[in-house]
Design a protein around this ligand. Sequence first.
Ligand code: PRE
Length: 359
Amino acid sequence: MSNHLDQLREELDQVNIKILELINERGRLVKEIGDIKTSQGMKAYDPVREREMLNHIVEQHEGPFEYSTIEHLFKEIFKAAKELQEDDYQKTLLVSREKKPTDTVVNVGDVSVGNGQSQFVMGPCSVESQAQVDTVAKSVKEQGVNILRGGAFKPRTSPYDFQGLGEEGLKILRNSGDRYGLKVVSEITNPKDIEVGSQYLDIIQIGARNMQNFDLLKEAGKVNKPILLKRGLAATINEFMNAAEYIVSQGNSDLILCERGIRTYETATRNTLDITAVPVLKQETHLPVMVDVTHSTGRRDLLLPAAKAALAVGADGVMAEVHPDPAVALSDSQQQMDIPTFEYFMEQLKQPNVTAHNI
Ligand code: PRE
């Protein structure tokens, strides 16, 4: 009995080797076909050919397997063949470390992001008036921060909420930036505003809700201006990297990624800060990575611990919101810091044990 079992297993071993040889022989043919297809500009995937082959195979099939099982097995073989035909190098993203092993440093004039020194991007959620932005800019400058933020085009959940001052807001931000010697960043939401944004801004931000606005990404890829791209509300890291690829593949490699929390079942915070996204993005891409602690936590009391965590795991910078009087802010009043809180926040982050910093 056991002799018979051994004998059958031996036969099976030989069949396995035959299948292996045949699969590899098939692989060699498929690769040759693939080369011809590439040289003729044809796509690897040919569903008509696959259907013809399946019909032919099923016609010859005598069992004992079900037809559906045979179809399934051959579909897997076709899938493996397509992967063999696709050029691995072509599949590698431009934003990946595999493509470029060295860190990208984004130079915003004389301010560098991604060179190992922490950068901070601070300012009000929305630009409301020149006086409001000036007050924040003064404090931001005093704290040694180099980049001022402020929303002019505000994508809000409700259409009835304050939508921002638009171009007027960009002008105000620029004025404050010039007055206090700060670089300025603001979100642009419409592809047609990328051009106007480049006139006023040092960095153009693409917000979470627009991470997959491909027309906007393509426009951002065409301008000669650093871009700060935020991770989408429910975007995987792979989707985030592909969104970044849209910008870089258009020719603009001055790109900063920004983790800003993702939507989960947790309600204690506004979003869930995916802190491990920072080292993952640093490993997978060569781009600088920042963390927006305001939108990820939505809670003033969590801004400091979240910022410390971000810097501890290797973020190149931290973004947070500051308002002279958060209680009367036109947007996100719950989560913005007032000036004294901001000063304390910066003092804590400047402690030598927090991270390398340039302040
Ligand atoms: C092959 C591979 C991919 C296509 O989708 C169809 C068929 C296969 O595995 O048989 C080979 C092939 O590229 C082709 O016949 O054109």
